[in-house]
Design a protein around this ligand. Structure first.
Ligand SMILES: *Cc1c(COP(=O)(O)O)cnc(C)c1O
Length: 428
């Protein structure tokens, strides 16, 4: 879009793989050159060429209170003044732990780590250590970070590049992962029949956010939970996106299904690199130093990051109704724009998470999500960018709203989407 971004990206490609540090950022799925971001404020970001954009990426979810919320900035600055890291216990980690345990129904004790990937990887190790079993059940299109056992049919990053498996994952590791379609109760029953007594865990995004947004059908999570319980397997909810996003207690509170282990990330760090996993006291007793499941981290529980998480969560804990209203308004606006232009789309939404698919019909699993017309998303994305709206650069990612998005932002976005859908039509 801008000359400066293009020039920086050229330099970046010389010294970083694909010019980026995480694949989807490279804009491969939408074409063009990624924007280099200079700064952000509230619902907006500015690139190095001075373009102002309404941001619906929000750093892929963490920024539920928008960019630089004053309350968070003030607390983080104060924390920085006291020292960046000690590798010893501090009060901010205790306060965030108390908050997490009080809000999330399944968590009595928590362990903080440094990313969502670490949270899911450690949660699986815990499930394996606790059950003394090896196998894990996962669902197509759900992404659980980039640890070996989860890199099978793993949603956005891999769907965008159309490679179902990663090189470098030993077949022996992949062999312990059983992958079945999301929302498919028959497949769930069959998987438990075949592997039930060898499953350490089933891991699932309770609302999927890495194949676009896909909601669980009634009975899906409930049945999964029942079958885990009767087979002695643990149910792991990967709430790295949905935790503190759908409600203060996450999807498990909203949907009324309680997992054995919960993984958190993104919002829990308020924009800093944080993840967490937690469970009942009894299960967590298996983790080192109390138990035999080893897991550690030099920077885990970092006081600056813990402060950011704590303040972010506190800032939004009463804002979920407003987030729902904003999500609903945007969903309706997008739907109307598409209808007017005569472009078939399906908008899936859970609270402040929105998934836009260029399909006719419903999207309830990865196979249906992959039917989205990627070339239309590409055109839509470009047209929105030109009008000052920054959407995720992949058709399989979630649009995230924050409490900083104003009615004016939403109205401008809806107006932009009308034009963008018209362009999709004229070039379809
Ligand atoms: C982002 C994400 C992860 C991985 O978190 P990172 O911090 O990127 O390692 C895991 N699970 C889900 C559901 C995610 O959306």
């Amino acid at each position: 879009m801008g000359e400066k971004s293009v020039a920086l990206f050229e330099r970046a490609r010389e010294v970083m793989v694909g010019g980026v540090n995480s694949p989807v950022r490279a804009f491969k799925a939408v074409g063009g050159s990624p924007l280099f971001i200079a700064h952000g404020e509230g619902s907006k970001i500015w690139d190095v060429d001075g373009n102002e954009l309404i941001d619906y990426v929000c750093s892929w979810g963490p920024l539920i209170a928008g960019h630089r919320p004053p309350r968070v900035m003030k607390a983080v600055t104060a924390a920085l003044e006291k020292g960046v890291t000690f590798g010893a216990p501090t009060e901010p980690e205790l306060r965030l732990a108390e908050k997490v345990c009080s809000f999330v129904p399944s968590i009595e004790k928590v362990r903080f780590v440094n990313s969502g990937t670490e949270a899911t990887m450690s949660a699986l190790r815990l499930a394996r250590g606790y059950t003394k079993r090896d196998k894990v059940l996962k669902f197509e299109g759900c992404y659980h970070g980039h640890a070996d056992p989860f890199l099978t049919q793993a949603g956005s990053g891999m769907a965008t590049f159309d490679s179902p498996y990663s090189d470098g994952v030993p077949p022996a590791v992949a062999a312990d992962t059983v992958t079945i379609p999301y929302n498919d109760l028959e497949a769930v029953r069959a998987a438990f029949k075949a592997h039930g007594k060898r499953l350490a865990a089933a891991i699932v995004e309770p609302v999927a956010g890495n194949m676009g947004v896909v909601l669980p059908l009634p009975g899906f999570l409930e049945t999964l939970s029942e079958l885990c319980a009767t087979n002695g397997a643990l149910l792991i909810f990967d709430e790295v996106i949905t935790g503190f996003r759908l409600s203060a207690g996450g999807a498990q509170q909203t949907l009324g299904v309680t997992p054995d282990i919960t993984c958190l990330g993104k919002i829990v760090g308020g924009g800093f690199p944080v993840g967490a996993y937690g469970a009942s006291r009894e299960i967590m007793r298996s983790v080192s130093p109390e138990g035999g499941v080893y897991q550690a981290g030099t920077l885990s529980g970092n006081p600056v990051a813990m402060t950011a998480g704590l303040e972010t969560i506190s800032l939004v804990e009463n804002k979920y109704k407003a987030l729902e209203a904003a999500g609903s308004r945007l969903e309706e606006g997008i739907d109307e724009g598409a209808e007017e232009a005569g472009v078939p789309v399906k908008v899936n939404r859970a609270g402040s998470m929105i998934g836009l698919f260029f399909v006719k019909g419903t999207v309830t699993n990865f196979k249906e999500a992959k039917k989205t017309k990627q070339d239309l998303y590409r055109r839509f994305h470009r047209a929105m960018l030109r009008q000052g709206v920054y959407l995720p650069p992949s058709p399989f990612e979630t649009f995230f709203l924050s409490t900083a998005h104003t009615k004016e932002d939403l109205a401008a976005t809806v107006a932009a989407s009308r034009k963008a859908f018209m362009e999709c039509r004229s070039s379809a």
